[in-house]
Each structure stands twice: as C-alpha cells, then as structure tokens.
Design a protein around this ligand. Structure first.
Ligand code: NOJ
Length: 545
C-alpha cells in the first residue's frame, strides 16, 4: 500500500455543535438528521469535514459532555441509523466526519457509576472512579482543595460519607485511568466508532485524564470566571506525564484501521496546556496527530500577541514534526465578533482574524456561525442553561451566548433552525434576520461570502497549503505580515504565485509598499498594485510580483 494521504495537514474542519446546528423535528434541539439536511451548506462553504460534538446517551447536565453510554445515540439527537446515514451522506459530499470522545469523566447516570454508588466504600466498583474518604473528624471535609472548572469544589460527598472527584460538574465523575477496565472500555468505544466508519476523533480534556495519584493539594486554585489554562495553578490535576501512554495506545488502534483499508484517520486533542513545549508532547509522532493551538484563540486583538502565539506554536509543534492546528472559536468561548470588540468593530476584527487564520500553514477549525460573523448573544438570565451559570453562583453568564441555534433563513425565530412552530432551546435574538445564511448568501459583502471565497482560494492556491510561513519585516507597527511561498509545493505548478497576508490591528490607516495583485480583503482597501492603504482592523491577501 502506498503512503497514506494525511488529508488533515491543510484541511479546514467545521465544528458542529449539534444542539444548535439544525433541528429536523419540532423540539427546538438540533439533531443528526438536521446535520444531514444542511450538508449542502457545508459543501458550498468549502470545508473539508466536520467535528460533531457529543450526541451519545446523556442526561445532558453538560449538554452531552456527560456521557451515560458512549456507544449509543441519545434519542434527543436521533439513533445509530441516523448517524450512519449522516456519515454516508457526508462522505458522498467528500466531507470527513470526526466524532467527540469524552474520556475524562462519565455521566453520574452511567451504569458503572451507579454500580459504584450502590456497591459502597472499598468495593472494586468504586475503583473505576476516584472515591476517597474525607478529612476532618467525621470525614466531613473534602479530600483535598481541588476546585471544579465550572466553580465550587471538585468533590461531592455521597450518602455513605465518601467523596468522589469531578473536575467539571458533580454530574460528571472522573474515571480513574489507572484502572485497566477504564482503558479497555474506552478502547472498545474507539473501535466502535471506527467500525462505524468515522474519520477521526476530537478528544475532550486530553490533559486531564491522569491525576497525581497522591491527590495533593494544589498551590493556588484559580478563582473568578471560567479559566481553561490551569496547569500552572493546578499542577497536580492537569498535564501529568501518565496521559501520554493512553494516546500512544489509541494511535496504535487508529493506525491499525488505517493500515487495514488505507484510509487515514486523525486524533485531535483538546489540550488546554499553555506551555507550547508541553503542548507539543501531545503530538509526538506516536501520539495524537493534532492538538488545538489555544494560545491564538486566547490572544488579544494585537498583531504582536498574534505573532508571538503563531511563532511559539509553529516552533514547538515543528520540534515534534506535527503541524499547528488553528482555531479562534468553539462552543466554550466568547464568539470572536464580540470578543475582539463591540458591534461593527468586533465584526470587522473577526473578519480580519478569519482571513489571517485561513492563511496560516496547517489545519484550521471553524466553529459554526463563524462563517456568519455571529456575535455572542446576551442570553437572558432566566433562559440560561449552562451549568457554569449556577455553579459560579451566577457570577459567570456561562457559555450559552456562543451556543444559540443558527439562523438559516426567514425573518423571525426559529429562522429555519426548526420547524416554524418550534421554540429553540436557547432564544435567538431579534437581529438574527440580517445574519441568516439566506440573507448573507446574496450579499457580496457578507461574512459568509468572504469565508466561502477564502476557502475556495485556500483550496485553489498552492501557497495556502501546509508549506512554510515567513514573517515579513516590512510590516508597519500594529501589523502582522507574512509570506506563504508556493515554491516546491506542487511540482506541476512551478509558477504558482506566493501569497502575502497582511493584517492590521491598529485604529489608523496604514500604508505599505508591496507590488502585486489583490487577492482578497476582509474589507475594502486602497491598492494600485504598488501602494496598499490598509484601513483599521483589516486583513488582505496579496499575490506579490
Ligand atoms: C470541554 C468541552 O468542550 C466543554 O464543553 C465541556 O464542558 C468540558 N470539556 C467538559 O467535558
């Protein structure tokens, strides 16, 4: 068999947050058949594949990230036949399909956790999870000072007096990954979905599975709003060396399938580890293929900050021979069109950011609604669903604002998301009428048309593949500029032009001398083929002469 095509090296993948993508029914919650029905949108958008967030059996305490049966579909989202149909249809469009693996914790409704509760302290059933006696005279104090990512203590006490660990909500007890049955069960899950034909996995909380086995106190648990980079404040909970052998094992399984039929599958980690060198250890040649570059997602709107994030991630991943995996948004963070500023400024910056993202070497993940420039929605307090809202003592609004069901068409809610009479699970705001896919498809200046154009060019231009990035030193202050040389990538297109990407994060016009042709711009720019006048918060792609 020839060399397997590692299709992800320059792919653009699209995150489908299933609850909010498309509802084929009337219950106001997105589902698998809804995803199937909207594949033409993704095909037209020009992405290479999708990652679907968890659709497994779950009581939905964390909207599916609390899994009660990892090898079955929750009736809310459909059934296994609907998944198989979606996979077949996606493949017909040439789209890859990644599913989510949630190995750090299960739901408290998982049969293994129920059995552990029933069996009592000291039982072998309890060993699958992390049960401990408490401190204090009567064990009334938690075993250590760890806190949950969602707020409050990371321990919950059960009726017989023991405590169990949950790094997230109490409904999400952490597995004990030292237990061989936990390993075997997850390997069975990996094989189950590979047998169904998936093209890979996005893996939840890759840096969390193994804890310091002594469970010592952490020096300084983070306080305040939900924080994701936590390994410095909580060195005993995250990024333990023991996690790596788990991914080596999964890599072996995935390679086994790929060798068998010649179809390469990909493992993508959700690794919130700030140190780029520690992060790169997850994508060593025998572990995960990819891991998100969250340093860019968390970078402020500043050319200097972006340059640092991009440089660090490229350098660290290059050390282990992996590409950097770019992402600006997902269902856990504030949408870029609001994160980078309010109103028109935020949207302008989000458009510029997307164009720069799509000019970087290596895979890119888009989050649903990015292609529409959707803002973060201010979900009214009484409609909030994210457990973070209550767990934080109503201090943090939580993540609902990034999860509002997509607007597809029409002038009022549900905007084509559900059947007309349905009420979406989170309320959609008034202004969505101007942001629907239909409204944007016919507007040449829309974000949708911009993203479609960028993706078409990314496919067509050899320079925008996985080749090198060279920083330009002639960028004005507040600007980021880099070249993507086309040379050597495609031997049959020796004259393919290089591409230059310039992004301005300043609030004044910037003038640059770059002889060339205009390829694409996130907003109108002035260019006579030599002198480029870049307005504030704008990205431009040029083919230099
Ligand atoms: C990361 C997921 O993206 C998030 O939505 C979830 O709450 C946590 N992991 C816990 O599973």
């Amino acid at each position: 068999m020839g060399v397997m095509h590692r299709w992800w090296l320059d792919a653009v993948l699209y995150e489908v947050y299933i609850r909010s993508f498309a509802d084929s029914g009337h219950d106001g919650v997105g589902d698998l058949t809804g995803v199937s029905s909207r594949l033409p949108h993704l095909h037209e958008l020009g992405v290479d594949g999708i990652w679907i967030t968890p659709f497994y059996r779950s009581p939905m305490a964390d909207h599916g990230y609390d899994v009660a049966d990892h090898r079955d579909v929750d009736p809310l989202f459909g059934d296994l036949a609907a998944f198989d149909a979606l996979l077949t249809e996606a493949h017909r469009y040439g789209l890859k399909v990644l599913v989510d693996l949630v190995p750090n914790h299960s739901s408290n409704a998982h049969p293994a956790f129920r059995a552990a509760l029933a069996a009592g302290p000291g039982s072998p059933e309890r060993d699958l999870y992390i049960f401990r006696d408490g401190h204090g005279e009567n064990g009334q104090l938690p075993p250590n000072n760890w806190v949950s990512v969602f707020g409050g203590p990371a321990w919950t006490r059960v009726a017989d007096g023991q405590w169990y660990l949950h790094l997230f909500a109490p409904e999400q007890p952490d597995w004990d990954w030292r237990h061989p049955e936990v390993r075997a069960d997850h390997e069975a899950t990996v094989r189950f979905w590979l047998d169904h034909g998936v093209d890979g996995f996005r893996i939840d909380v890759t840096h969390g599975l193994v804890k310091n086995s002594v469970l010592p106190d952490n020096p300084q648990p983070p306080a305040g709003d939900i924080a994701f980079f936590r390994e410095r404040a909580e060195p005993h909970s995250w990024d333990q060396d023991g996690v790596h052998e788990i991914y080596q094992r999964w890599r072996t399984i995935v390679e086994e399938y790929s060798r068998h039929d010649g179809r390469a599958r990909v493992l993508v980690g959700e690794t919130w580890v700030a140190d780029p060198h520690r992060l790169a250890r997850y994508v060593r040649p025998d572990e995960l293929h990819l891991t998100f570059a969250f340093a860019l997602l968390t970078a402020p709107w500043s050319a200097a900050a972006w340059r640092t994030a991009i440089t660090d991630d490229l350098a660290a991943t290059a050390e282990v021979g992996a590409p950097a995996t770019w992402v600006l948004a997902n269902h856990d963070v504030v949408r870029p069109a609001s994160r980078y500023g309010d109103g028109a400024t935020g949207l302008r910056r989000a458009r510029a950011a997307l164009l720069t993202l799509l000019a970087l070497p290596g895979p890119v993940f888009l989050y649903q609604g990015d292609e529409l420039g959707l803002p973060q929605v201010d979900v009214p307090p009484d409609a909030r669903q994210d457990p973070v809202w209550e767990r934080s003592g109503r201090q943090s609004p939580g993540r609902d604002g990034a999860r509002v069901p997509l607007p597809w068409s029409g002038l009022r809610s549900p905007y084509g998301f559900s059947a007309d009479a349905a009420t979406p699970w989170l309320p959609q705001p008034e202004g969505f009428a101007d942001l629907t896919v239909d409204a944007q498809a016919s507007d040449p200046m829309s974000t949708l048309v911009l993203v479609r154009s960028a993706l078409a060019l990314r496919r067509a231009l050899p320079a925008l593949g996985g080749g090198p990035l060279r920083w330009r030193d002639d960028a004005a202050p507040g600007c980021l500029a880099f070249d993507r040389p086309a040379v050597g990538r495609l031997p049959d297109m020796p004259d393919a032009p290089d591409l230059t990407c310039v992004m301005s994060t300043t609030d004044t016009d910037v003038t640059l001398a770059i002889p060339g042709r205009l390829v694409l711009a996130s907003n109108p720019v002035g260019y006579d083929g030599i002198t480029l006048t870049l307005p504030p918060d704008t990205t431009v792609w040029l083919a230099p002469r």
